[in-house]
Design a protein around this ligand. Structure first.
Ligand code: GTR
Length: 440
């Protein structure tokens, strides 16, 4: 080799070495968090899949074709590409009423606690339901069902609520510390999100359970929670199209409804499922998978919930998959920075509720959850309701703060931040009165 060539070869080797070192270093360094986009002018141009056009381009013209063809097609896409397929109910769902207090909350309520054994073999995982029913009247009542973030004892200061023994996700929710072991101090710490007296005063039951009873909310490659109960022999984690944690939590909500169908105090044909934030995503998926839920409420559910993924505003598919790898199924990972390839977007998730009433709520300061993207999902689900002869979301522009829109789809953007407030609950109670109590 001539000296010139030798030098070129040397430079080439050095350059490749440098590249390899740089690549190795980038693997070791934490990925630099990208700034979220909060600028409407930077939202990319996008085309949404039409709720009324099938994958092979056929227009859906009848309610029957929606039911028989397009709805199952959309549901299947969400299952296989986003939340993951879930198993059916356990062969035998055992329940045990562990306490009943007929004079709870100063005589206004009946408080019941019920354990659901999710596995036929062992005691865990076990889901503990806390139920408050209005004390007056003996007829079965409609109910709100939602998972909680902090344990059942965080929902109300009521000293009669059994302190959970399960692992709690340590967190700080709006200043209230939720410890990883439940203690007396934790009683009622999240009660402002659960206005129990108001709910029972309006004639509804409230049913709640701690979401970590079903699957603890951290990435342990699905060794704990309900996933392993359903593994095939030799299987160690869900397949790429099988359930992540959100689908597991939603499955748990269906098991709670299985129980409610047997509870004489509850009208199981009038159960509204609701949730906030990641549990809002969960409530939407629960409503999509289980049509026994007669009303569905998404409170500030954002990315992976009601917000359109293609807008890439606030939280994105790339970020949610990276930070919460256990929430969605393996197949969803391919859509980070690749949203245009998604065969679905979240307006189709809202449309899966049709003909049932669905309410999407945002908060002005909750830009991370993309209020406009949440509004647009509600709006673009409307053609399905129209096809079924129902008013979807009224109007054709996003309302201002605290101006609810209510058709069979409801929407509001409340002033303030990411939270569940009295304002939100007043809207949900009015919406439920309108849809679940009609004909009374
Ligand atoms: C955030 C997450 C959101 C939302 C929220 C919550 O960290 O990015 O998608 O679900 O948590 O559930 O509190």
């Amino acid at each position: 080799m001539r000296p010139g060539n030798l030098m070129k070869a040397g430079i080439g080797i050095c350059a490749s070495l440098m590249l390899m070192l740089a690549a190795a270093a980038s693997l070791l360094l934490p990925t630099r968090e990208r700034e979220p986009n909060y600028d409407e002018t930077k939202v990319p141009a996008y085309d949404l899949p039409d709720p009324l056009v099938t994958e092979d381009g056929r227009r859906v013209k009848t309610a029957g074709d929606w039911r028989e063809i397009r709805r199952p097609e959309i549901l299947e896409l969400f299952r296989s590409q986003m939340y993951g397929r879930r198993p059916g109910p356990p062969r035998e769902l055992r329940s045990r009423v562990t306490s009943v207090e007929t004079r709870a909350l100063g005589g206004k309520a009946v408080r019941k606690e019920v354990s659901l054994y999710l596995s036929p073999k062992q005691d865990l995982p076990r889901m503990d339901l806390l139920i408050y029913l209005p004390a007056s009247g003996s007829d079965p009542v409609p109910a709100f069902l939602g998972l909680n973030f902090g344990g059942n004892h965080s929902v109300h200061p009521d000293p009669g609520i059994t302190l959970p023994k399960s692992w709690m996700r340590p967190s700080r929710v709006e200043g209230a510390v939720v410890e990883n072991r439940a203690t007396e101090k934790g009683r009622g710490t999240l009660s402002r999100r659960w206005p129990v007296e108001k709910i029972i005063g309006r004639g509804y039951a409230l049913v709640t359970a701690y979401y970590g009873d079903i699957d603890p909310d951290y990435d342990d490659e699905f060794r704990n929670g309900v996933h392993p109960l359903f593994y095939r022999p030799g299987q160690t984690r869900p397949d790429a199209d099988e359930w992540g944690s959100i689908a597991a939590w939603a499955w748990g909500l269906s098991r709670a409804l299985d129980y409610l169908e047997t509870d004489p105090g509850i009208d199981p044909a009038k159960v509204a499922v609701l949730g906030h934030s990641r549990l809002g995503k969960t409530a939407l998926w629960a409503g999509a998978e289980d049509e026994r839920f007669s009303l569905v409420i998404s409170n500030n559910s954002g990315c992976g919930g009601a917000a359109l993924s293609r807008r890439r505003f606030g939280e994105t598919v790339e970020r949610i998959n990276r930070v919460f790898p256990h929430w969605f199924c393996g197949n969803f990972k391919q859509y980070g920075d690749n949203e245009e390839r998604l065969p679905i977007d979240q307006h189709l998730l809202v449309a899966l509720m049709a003909p049932r009433p669905v309410y999407v709520a945002s908060a002005v300061e909750d830009r991370w959850a993309d209020p406009k993207g949440e509004y647009l999902s509600a709006r673009h689900a409307s053609p399905v309701y129209a096809l079924l002869g129902l008013p979807g979301l009224p109007g054709d522009s996003m309302p201002g703060a605290n101006q609810p829109l209510t058709g069979t789809i409801g929407y509001h953007v409340r002033s303030g931040r990411h939270d569940v407030t009295g304002y939100d609950w007043d809207r949900y109670l009015d919406f439920a009165d309108r849809h679940l109590r009609k004909g009374r």
